[in-house]
Design a protein around this ligand. Structure first.
Ligand code: BDR
Ligand code: CA
Length: 305
């Protein structure tokens, strides 16, 4: 049995798509119970479609996909990312989804799934945290039943990518991030501090592209994404569950700035001082990755699909 039962809460998004593929390629370590989608990089209709396009590409129409929130908690219109193309997957030719979305709302699914497997589920938000915040607001009794939250978002010790201080996922819905990250759930953060180190280049993609038609599509998406050397932000979350020794970080306490001012979406982390070793902290913030090992593992896993 895989040690990690996960729900991936995502806004595909090219790097979200690679995170889904990495999870599907790693059944010994990861049981992907379901995918929930949220508005983020692109609108909700696109993220719900894209998650199913990726599952269809991998022949995994058995993964239930639930659509969630179409806007952040306090704004009628969400902010979008420009780096994932109009459709969210780099406008690459991909199969259309050949299975239906689940009818249940993602928020209700999260609540139901967490109660049904109390203490067992790792939540992996790799987009804005609106769905998870709403689930906690609707039913606060789920918080202590979540095993851990392993998320991509924030920038603790480096500049942001949506503002000088804020990373995209947190910037889009800082109110949701505040609700989720202050809910007392054990949490591990993969922010820009570490994910900006997970850059890939065209030599790497050239080799991967040859492996299979699936990887030809996946590499085409990655080539379309971001600047010349795209970053694998979201796959870091899954990579850590597979092989935690790839990453290292610091313990601390986090708070999110949720006022719509220059600090909007800033993730403020107070690192635990060494001489206070016994102090309780509320987050592990990843700061370093062994990039050669990460890229080797990713290539090896994706080649299995
Ligand atoms: C995050 O923002 C999105 O564009 C990516 O999918 C990733 O989750 C990086 O800041
Ligand atoms: Ca994402």
């Amino acid at each position: 049995m895989a040690p990690h039962k996960i729900i991936l809460d995502c806004d595909p998004g090219v790097d979200d798509a690679i995170a889904i593929l990495l999870a599907l390629a790693s059944p010994q370590e990861i049981e992907l119970l379901g995918i929930t989608t949220v508005a983020g990089n692109v609108p909700l209709e696109n993220t719900a479609r894209n998650a199913r396009r990726i599952c269809t590409l991998a022949g995994r129409q058995d993964i239930p996909v639930y659509a969630g929130c179409s806007r952040p908690m306090l704004e009628a219109e969400g902010r979008r990312s420009k780096v994932h193309g109009n459709d969210g997957l780099g406008n690459v030719t991909l199969p259309e989804p050949d299975f239906a979305l689940q009818e249940e709302h993602a928020v209700d699914y999260l609540i139901r799934a967490i109660h049904a497997a109390s203490g067992e589920i790792t939540l992996c938000p790799i987009g804005p945290m609106t769905n998870i915040a709403l689930a906690i607001v609707k039913d606060p009794s789920i918080a202590p039943k979540i095993k851990q939250l392993v998320f991509m978002g924030g920038a603790a010790f480096c500049p942001g990518n949506s503002s000088p201080v804020a990373e995209f996922n947190i910037y889009v819905d800082p109110w949701a991030a505040h609700v989720v990250l202050s809910a007392g759930i054990p949490q591990v953060m993969f922010g820009l501090d570490v994910t900006l180190q997970a850059k890939i280049n065209s030599n790497y993609l050239d080799a991967l592209q040859q492996v299979s038609p699936l990887l030809a599509s996946a590499t085409a998406m990655m080539r379309s994404y971001g600047a010349s050397d795209p970053c694998l932000h979201d796959p870091c979350v899954i990579a850590w569950l597979i092989e935690p020794s790839l990453f290292s970080g610091v313990e601390g306490d986090i708070s999110v700035s949720y006022h719509d001012d220059i600090h909007r979406g800033q993730t403020v982390v107070a690192v635990k001082p060494r001489h206070l070793a016994d102090n309780q902290t509320n987050i592990t913030v990843m700061t370093e990755v062994d990039k050669p090992r990460l890229l080797k593992m990713l290539a090896e896993r994706l080649s299995r699909l």
